[in-house]
Design a protein around this ligand. Structure first.
Ligand code: KIV
Ligand code: ZN
Length: 517
């Protein structure tokens, strides 16, 4: 890759699986990461940062498996400047058709003094050593000065020049703590392009955090001033307030071509699906008024707006819902629909399921069609996601009968399949959800703490399916479980059981110190 800022093509680097996963509570398992990677690739993302291989065996495995799966995108692994980190990243990336090692070290006075406890000259040497070492494994090396936006300019220029001389082909400038303002961040990129003598040999990149709500604005300011890669995440997931949201960056570029004449390879119609998938997997619901992917992003409530829209859509609509893949809720099929139509519908919705999964999904669809007057695309997506996400569970939900209401006691009669054996129990609780979860605890004893219990309606109406997310925490590790059903308590039990399954397979995390990326 050459570092020309003359090209108007902006590389989209997605870090949902790495920085995004660093959001407390957003951890994802391998299957979930693979599902997200598949969709990122379909969407046209150029680089997928799949993890931080030294951080844990789980991260290592995820990077390797993503590297095996992904064919068109570059797969990237993060590494600090230590040789062990870089070797681990290189090892994890071996199966990748195109691999990138992303190595970083802090360069701001604050970070060097207090976090690294290193002198600037030693940091400078570490930049050269780490990039040169990474180049032994791949010629696609990215280097980041952590806390770059709070780094002294002279020192930043020296480090960037040294990184490029050592072979870095992408120079990523992080606003690690989300402190920069758009003009300031843009000027920082312009300063680097101008002052670093070998700037033309690398691509500048932005990596902006959203602590002040400016991550997208800062990223765009970076591009206007010469950056040609944006690091971002689906739904703006990421450490603390998150990273620049991919969907906002992309739709800004697309909608304001008059001011931002840059192109990307993203198929914008995949945006809604990607947002939904990431929010289902992480349990991080999207706020209704969130730009581009919020439930209200294309809803026009007030009479004046509705009137304007009816006369001419562009009166209040700067982009169409279709452009982000949002289609009108479609009534799909009813209880008389056959297997063939069901299979075709799933394909249309982007699912390629194996035979067993289709049979099970079809059975549940029939049950749903019996209970629910109208079955929509959203219902099928919830049902199939539910099926796919629990495919490897060893504890399975079988049945639930709950007694609830104001006359107590509330009880739950629960049946689970635990490792192929059907077990049942009746438990009481302080309300039906508590009774259900108590019953699960009797059948599968554990110490996990319930951190989050969240219910969303998949569609409108009182017969809508409930989509439940449960987050469990045990020994500092948290996992999210999901469940969907027209019965909120069944969905709750499914979600809790799904979380328990994940807890059981959760890899030992052996986080090294000072992983503050
Ligand atoms: O925010 C940050 O500084 C990072 C770097 C590792 C790029 O995530
Ligand atoms: Zn970051």
């Amino acid at each position: 890759m050459s570092g020309s800022t003359e090209s108007n093509q902006v590389v989209i680097f997605d870090t949902t699986l790495r920085d995004g996963e660093q959001s407390p509570g957003a951890s994802m398992n391998l299957e979930e990461k693979l599902k997200i990677s598949e969709l990122l690739e379909e969407m046209g993302v150029d680089v997928i940062e799949a993890g931080f291989p030294i951080a844990s065996n789980g991260d290592f495995e995820s990077v390797t498996e993503v590297a095996k799966l992904v064919k068109d995108a570059v797969v990237c692994g993060l590494a600090r400047s230590a040789r062990g980190d870089i070797e681990r990243a290189a090892e994890a990336l071996k199966p990748a058709a195109q691999a990138r090692i992303h190595t970083f070290i802090s360069t701001s006075p604050l970070h060097m003094k207090f976090k690294l406890q290193m002198e600037p000259d030693d940091v400078y040497q570490a930049v050269i050593d780490s990039v040169s070492y990474a180049r032994n494994f791949t010629d696609n090396v990215e280097w980041s000065p952590e806390d770059g936006s709070r780094t002294e300019h002279d020192f930043l220029c020296r480090c960037v020049e040294a990184a490029i001389n050592a072979g870095a082909t992408t120079i990523n400038i992080p606003d690690t703590v989300g402190y920069a303002l758009p003009d300031e961040f843009g000027a920082l990129i312009a300063m680097l392009v101008e002052r670093v003598p070998n700037s033309d040999k690398a691509i500048y990149s932005t990596h902006c955090h959203n602590d002040l709500g400016l991550a997208v604005a800062n990223s765009l300011a970076g591009v206007v001033n010469g950056a040609r890669q944006i690091e971002c995440t689906i739904n703006g997931l990421g450490e603390r307030a998150g990273n620049a949201a991919l969907e906002e960056v992309i739709m800004s570029l697309r909608t304001r071509q008059d001011q931002l004449p840059y192109s990307t390879s993203i198929d914008t119609e995949c945006i809604t699906r990607a947002s939904k998938l990431v929010s289902t997997i992480t349990g991080f619901t999207v706020q209704p008024n969130k730009a581009i992917v919020g439930a209200n992003a294309f809803a026009h409530e007030s009479g004046i707006h509705q009137d304007g829209m009816l006369k001419h859509a562009q009166t209040y609509e700067i982009m169409t819902p279709e452009s982000v893949g949002l289609t009108q809720s479609k009534l799909v099929m009813g209880k008389h629909s056959g297997r063939h139509a069901f299979r075709i519908k799933l394909n249309e919705l982007g699912y390629e399921l194996g035979e067993n999964a289709i049979q099970e999904a079809f059975r549940r669809f029939k049950d749903l069609a019996d209970k629910k007057k109208e079955v929509y695309d959203e219902d099928l997506v919830a049902l199939v996601d539910d099926e796919v996400l629990r495919a490897n569970d060893t504890i399975k939900f079988e049945s639930l009968m709950v007694v609830c209401g104001s006359k107590g006691p509330q009880t739950a009669d629960l049946e689970l399949d635990v490792d192929g054996q059907i077990c049942s129990v009746k438990a009481e609780g302080d309300g039906p959800v508590d009774a259900t979860f108590n019953a699960i605890k009797v059948l599968v004893p554990h110490e996990a703490r319930l951190q989050l219990y969240q219910v969303n309606a998949v569609t409108e109406g009182t017969d809508a399916q409930a989509e439940v997310t449960v987050r469990l925490e045990e020994g500092g590790k948290s996992v999210n479980g999901q469940g969907a059903d027209t019965d909120t308590l069944v969905a709750s039990a499914r979600a809790y059981v799904n979380a328990l399954n994940k807890l059981m397979v959760k890899r030992e995390k052996t986080a090294p110190g000072a992983l503050s990326a």
